[in-house]
Structure formats: C-alpha cells, structure tokens
Design a protein around this ligand. Structure first.
Ligand SMILES: [Mg+2]
Length: 109
C-alpha cells in the first residue's frame, strides 16, 4: 500500500509539474496562439497517421505527433474548463462502455 501511495504521489507531482508548464506556456504564448498551435498539431498528427497506415515503420514520428497533440490538448482543457472537460469525457466514456456492453458495434463505427 505504501508503495502504491508513493507511486500515486509521484504521479500527482508529475501531473502538477506538467500543469505548471501548460499554464506557463499559455501565459507566454496566449490561449489564442495555442489554439492555432492545436490546429497545426492535429494536422501533423493526421498526416502521420496516414503515413503510418502506408508505412508501418513510421511509428516514432507518429508517437511524437501524438505527444504534441496531447500537450496542447492539456492546455486547451485549462483554457476551456478542465472540470467541464472532465464531465464531458466521463459522459462519453460511459456511453462508449454501454455500447460495448450492449454489443452495439454499429454505433461505434
Ligand atoms: Mg508536431
């Protein structure tokens, strides 16, 4: 249990230091600029996903673009409301889980 608590507090510390970096970035570059960066990063991820389908050896570039998108997405959560985002995601996951439980595969495609 102590080891799990240590792991959890390490994760909380890490999340908290990531949040500081996201907040710092938003202060330096402004939320409006980071929205543009989000759009650019999503386009780059889209491109890498297509390239990965063509050439399965492209995984390292794909992972880099996934990380870029996640980093800016974390900033977008702070800009548009992390608590509202949390509930929106929770609702989506609950709906997905229900569809999976009901075998409603067509709705998932
Ligand atoms: Mg990128």
């Amino acid at each position: 249990m102590e080891e799990k608590n240590g792991e959890l507090s390490s994760q909380v510390r890490s999340a908290s230091s990531e949040t500081k970096i996201y907040e710092w970035t938003l202060r330096v570059f402004t939320p409006e600029h980071q929205i543009i960066v989000m759009i650019e990063e999503m386009a780059e991820l889209t491109k890498e996903l297509v390239k990965t389908l063509r050439d399965k050896k492209n995984i390292s570039h794909l992972l880099e673009e996934m990380a870029d998108v996640e980093i800016v997405l974390e900033q977008m959560k702070l800009v548009f409301g992390p608590i509202d985002y949390f509930y929106a995601k929770k609702k989506k996951l609950e709906r997905l889980e229900k569809r999976l439980e009901n075998g409603d595969i067509e709705a998932l495609k």
